[in-house]
Design a protein around this ligand. Structure first.
Ligand code: ZN
Length: 272
């Protein structure tokens, strides 16, 4: 069966993992591109809208304040644990993740490149000071006591905001304490670009791969898909574990249509 073939493909090789939202669905973080999730009511916020328009920032932070506790409380699942165990066993030499939830590190992986940043960090667009999202959450709640009631609990979206129908005009956004500048989560929004240093680190990780193992990504977004394309160009075998088809399937040596934890647990048992 496919998982046995996967194990043989990975055995004795330096594996680089490329992971996406499908890794974290079992941790309660919805995969908005998965095959069994409904489309979101609204499109995700765009980078330029956030930077240019205060009313969009109000909307973002209002929804983010509501959605953050669910993201912050999420725990790594068997997929994260398997990848961490494979790293400690020397099988996985690095993981490039499109996820912004920090769950790979929570599971014990250390060789991680966070391609799209991390929701746990907030950055000042003016002075580039980084502060923790937890600290910003406290400041947001203090500035918006009327919004801090638990009856706003709603389905959290993967980028940490929540579907919420309300008026945002009254929401108070907090600014950088150092310089008064605009704060933005340290993540790559749609329409934004991956920072140069992050991309360099991702390619350095990719260059160590004897096999590229894609886990839980439909590879819809180019920032992840480019690694699969480069692997194909360089003759590096690609294995994909995902529920449903992916954009990378034509380049893959092996596609395992499975929930990632099932396949990764089998790989972990066989190779560690
Ligand atoms: Zn600042």
């Amino acid at each position: 069966m496919a998982v046995e073939t996967l194990i043989e493909l990975l055995r004795g090789k330096r594996v680089v993992a490329l992971t996406g939202a499908g890794c974290s669905t079992e941790s309660g973080i919805p995969d908005y591109r998965g095959i069994d999730t409904p489309p979101r009511k609204r499109p995700p916020i765009q980078h330029r809208e956030f930077v240019d328009r205060p009313e969009w920032r109000r909307r973002y932070w209002a929804r983010s304040m509501i959605g953050w506790p669910k993201i912050a409380a999420a725990q790594p699942n068997a997929t994260h644990a398997a990848l961490a165990a494979l790293e400690h066993a020397g099988v996985v030499v690095g993981t490039i993740t499109q996820n912004v939830d920090g769950l790979h590190q929570a599971a014990g992986s250390t060789a991680i490149v966070e391609l799209h940043g991390a929701l746990a960090r907030v950055k000042c667009l003016a002075c580039e000071t980084i502060v923790s999202r937890a600290e910003i959450q406290q400041r947001l709640r203090a500035a918006n006591p009327a919004w801090s009631r638990d009856d706003h609990q709603n389905e959290a979206a993967p980028d940490g905001d929540a579907e919420l129908d309300a008026e945002y005009d009254a929401f108070v956004v907090v600014d950088c304490e150092a310089c008064g500048g605009t704060l933005m989560p340290d993540v790559v929004f749609f329409g934004g670009s991956v920072p140069r240093a992050t991309l360099d680190a991702a390619w350095a990780t990719f260059d160590r791969a004897e096999v590229l193992l894609v886990v839980g990504s439909s590879l819809t977004v180019f920032s992840g898909y480019r690694f699969v394309r480069r692997a194909a160009e360089h003759g590096v075998p690609v294995a994909i574990v995902n529920r449903g088809p992916t954009r990378g399937d034509p380049h893959a040596q092996l596609c395992v249509d499975a929930v990632s934890s099932t396949a990764l647990l089998a790989v972990q048992r066989a190779l560690t």
